[in-house]
Design a protein around this ligand. Structure first.
Ligand SMILES: *Cc1c(COP(=O)(O)O)cnc(C)c1O
Length: 228
């Protein structure tokens, strides 16, 4: 089996489709976000040619370096911020990204909202939840999110789309299932309590565990190593 980017991408797409069908879902409900944090421009350019449309980066500086100037990336490409953002970089993030997955505090949400107002933008955004409660991880605890959700929903320039989480690293991917299930439960609970017009996304699942995440309802999977 060859290891070209085309092959790896095709295999990941195939695994996404199979996991979706296994779970009785439509494969097109799931967006593959290629996480390009370990690769440079040439590889990104090739991925674009192979039809990848969504790209995830952890750090704003890296994303700016790799994705500008833009001519070599089709302007239909969407850039996702998936890593922790310091509040003092909210302005750059709003200017650069098409979606923020990693809104991990009310303070950050307020800064992003303010910058969107300044820049005349509405930003699709996800609330990052630290389901597993590991101290090394960013994100709202479930209790924090439930107590702050009303304040978050008042921020009119952020279009809340749903929730994001990172599962703990484990050797047996099956052990991550309960984390994804818990995020899904929280997602449903919020939807049942309040009407949020665009509330439809669960960003969960990485190279190790994306098939399990899809079985548990992921709509955005963030995959790096399996592709690049
Ligand atoms: C690196 C990273 C990914 C991709 O991880 P892989 O294991 O390479 O698939 C997904 N999400 C976040 C937040 C990351 O930092």
């Amino acid at each position: 089996m060859s290891d070209s980017l085309a092959d790896k991408l095709a295999r990941v797409r195939e695994r996404i489709n199979k996991a979706a069908l296994r779970a009785g879902r439509k494969p097109e409900e799931i967006t593959l976000v290629g996480v390009t944090k370990t690769v440079g421009r040439e590889v990104i350019e090739e991925a674009c040619r192979l039809g990848l449309t969504d790209f995830g980066e952890n750090r704003i500086g890296d994303a700016e370096d790799k994705f500008t100037p833009l001519p070599y990336i089709p302007n239909t490409a969407r850039l996702h911020l998936i890593g922790h953002l310091q509040t003092n970089k909210a302005k750059r993030a709003v200017a650069f990204f098409d979606m923020v997955h990693s809104v991990d505090s009310l303070r950050l949400a307020e800064m992003l909202d303010y910058q969107c107002g300044e820049q005349g933008k509405i930003m699709p955004a996800l609330l990052e939840v630290n389901v597993s409660g590991e101290s090394s991880k960013h994100g709202f605890s479930v209790a924090e999110l439930e107590s702050q959700i009303a304040a978050l929903l008042e921020l009119r320039h952020l279009q809340w789309r749903g929730l994001m989480t990172m599962a703990p690293f484990v050797f047996a991917p099956e052990e991550t299932r309960h984390v994804f299930r818990e995020l899904r439960t929280l997602f449903d609970k919020i939807r049942n309590n309040v009407t949020i017009p665009h509330w439809k996304d669960l960003s969960m699942g990485m190279t190790n565990d994306f098939e399990i995440a899809i079985e548990e309802g992921a709509t955005l999977v963030r995959i790096g190593r399996a592709i690049f």
